[in-house]
Design a protein around this ligand. Structure first.
Ligand SMILES: C[S@@+](CC[C@H](N)C(=O)[O-])C[C@H]1O[C@@H](n2cnc3c(N)ncnc32)[C@H](O)[C@@H]1O
Length: 373
């Protein structure tokens, strides 16, 4: 049976989210802001929850309505068929994303929805389910924008950027979903040598490696939200998990990372070895400006300090030197640079051939391509 789902992502990654959903066989994909709607069966849902890399959350919509007041929120929630969703012996938690002048206290609508849900189940069968914030059977997602309310079930349970491989964080680690999205926006394929010469904790390279060898993004996750759903299909879930176990290293895969800070590289190596990728990702302690030229075309994807979290004495001069180094030693290569420091980016002194705006946390960042002829 085909159902409607929503996949959420970070701002700017919508086009690659759509590509990834298509690659899984999702249909009727409709991109929106930081999300895409799609249709699929339960097997497709499980595949996406297990493997997708550009998705933050996967939701199954339950209800969508407008409200006039807090009372209206209570009664419209009370009227939903909760018994089809939640048994009295199951626990639940509500995650709210509230942006409405009706509710200055953003926690409050979640309490209203919790009361309505519990009151309704108690009226129907005499008992009410309990809240468990940490390990609920069912995680309910409440989204309110002004008077528009959307209630859905969270199929994964917590944000999918938590892959479980990054024990060491470095100075300013990239969100894993953003790193996966950048690799796709850049159009990298595993036959192109990929270099990250300011690799920090190694997120870009780890995402590239795991994607290239066909590893599901959530392989280390113990439990998925859908496993608590009343209509969960354990047989189909088992099939999805077992089918995805095969890992193959594509011929010619070359992933190289460097950072000037020896402690940071040590941390990155711990992450990489912990993920079983020690044979696939090579790393070196090296100042970018001293790095030996690759002697062949490579794709660079790098995320230099922005002068935000990491102080840079002379941000503009630093970016100018990055541009000079690229021009001098990387002829024939392509460099993609992510930075939220737009003024400094202009000092690179190269004409960008593509430019995307993406959000790195609250920071609007630019992701620019420079072809080094
Ligand atoms: C924003 S962080 C990169 C974060 C990384 N993408 C991650 O996910 O962990 C920038 C990194 O550049 C490194 N760096 C700064 N100047 C450098 C230089 N001249 N050569 C090499 N690495 C440098 C810093 O040590 C830092 O780890």
């Amino acid at each position: 049976m085909m159902r409607d789902y929503i996949a959420t992502t970070l701002g700017g990654l919508e086009p690659v989210l759509v590509q990834e959903l298509e690659s899984f066989g999702a249909t009727d994909i409709e991109p929106g802001q930081r999300m895409a709607r799609f249709k699929g069966d339960i097997e497709l849902l499980y595949q996406i929850c297990y493997s997708a890399r550009t998705t933050l959350r996967v939701l199954e919509p339950l209800a969508s309505f407008r409200i006039l007041s807090e009372k209206d929120l209570y009664w419209k929630t009370f009227d939903l068929p909760w018994r089809k969703v939640l048994g009295p012996d199951q626990t639940f938690a509500i995650t709210g994303v509230i942006n409405s002048r009706m509710f200055p206290h953003t926690n409050y609508p979640s309490l209203v929805v919790k009361d309505a849900l519990c009151d309704r189940i108690r009226r129907d069968i005499g008992r009410r389910p309990d809240v468990d914030r940490d390990q609920p059977d069912i995680r309910i997602n409440l989204h309110i924008f002004e008077d528009q309310v959307d209630i859905s079930l969270d199929a994964v349970g917590s944000s999918m950027h938590m892959r479980g491989y990054r024990r060491y964080q470095g100075l300013a680690p990239l969100n894993e979903v953003l790193a996966a999205g950048l690799i796709r926006l850049a159009g990298w394929t595993p036959d192109i040598p990929l270099w990250d010469p300011m690799c920090g904790s190694g997120t870009i390279l780890t995402e590239a490696a795991e994607w290239a060898i066909g590893r599901p993004s959530q392989i280390r996750r113990g439990r998925f939200g859908f496993q608590g759903w009343i209509d969960h299909e354990p047989g189909i879930w088992r099939k999805v998990k077992l089918a995805d176990r095969e890992e193959t290293i594509p011929e010619g895969l070359e992933l190289f990372g460097a950072d000037q800070d020896a402690d940071i590289i040590e941390g990155a190596r711990k992450n990489i070895r912990g993920a079983g990728l020690g044979e696939i990702i090579m790393t070196e302690v090296c100042d970018f400006f001293q790095l030996k030229p690759p002697g062949k075309p490579v794709m660079i994807i790098m995320n230099p300090p922005y002068d935000e979290k990491i102080p840079l004495e002379e941000a503009e001069d630093f970016y100018k030197r990055i541009g000079d180094k690229l021009k001098k030693d990387f002829t024939g290569s392509t460099a993609w640079i992510l930075s939220a420091n737009k003024t400094a980016m202009r000092q690179i002194g190269l004409q960008s051939s593509q430019r995307f705006q993406v959000f790195n946390g609250p920071l609007a960042a630019e992701f620019c391509e420079y072809r080094l002829f």
